[in-house]
Design a protein around this ligand. Sequence first.
Ligand code: UDP
Length: 140
Amino acid sequence: MIKPDGVHRGLVGDVIKRFEQRGYKLVGIKVLVPSRELAAKHYAEHDGKPFFPKLVDFLSSGAVVAMVFEGKDIVRTGRTMVGATNPLASSPGTLRGDYGIDVGRNVIHGSDSVESAMREIALWFKADELADYTPAWIYE
Ligand code: UDP
């Protein structure tokens, strides 16, 4: 998910491009301004932590782009492409390492396990909003 700072800064195209060029298949995408309730559910594991209220405020403060990508080892590789939680600890070449400085404005969210990906996909998408297809545009 591209967070409000990433959308506001015009980074949507670059994020999608990186996943596409790596070989991952985009099967779901939507733009929405999440409600506080949806933002709180998304980050439920952090409920009670000092940064939680600001995190929920921020995520619901503007448009986000929620996406589902498919492909071999997508969760692990996706996290590598996203970078460390704190952008200052993220290597150049990662999204956060290329575009971020502050932990509360780290541009993008990426699911940290297959289990959390399944939970998050169900939270953000209905089943019929995910496309089931085989890429077939290179060969006839
Ligand atoms: N966060 C924050 N302050 C902190 C830790 C986390 O603002 O001290 C925010 C940050 O934007 C992060 C999000 O909370 O992306 C969720 O934290 P998590 O530890 O799950 O990191 P992530 O999975 O996003 O790398």
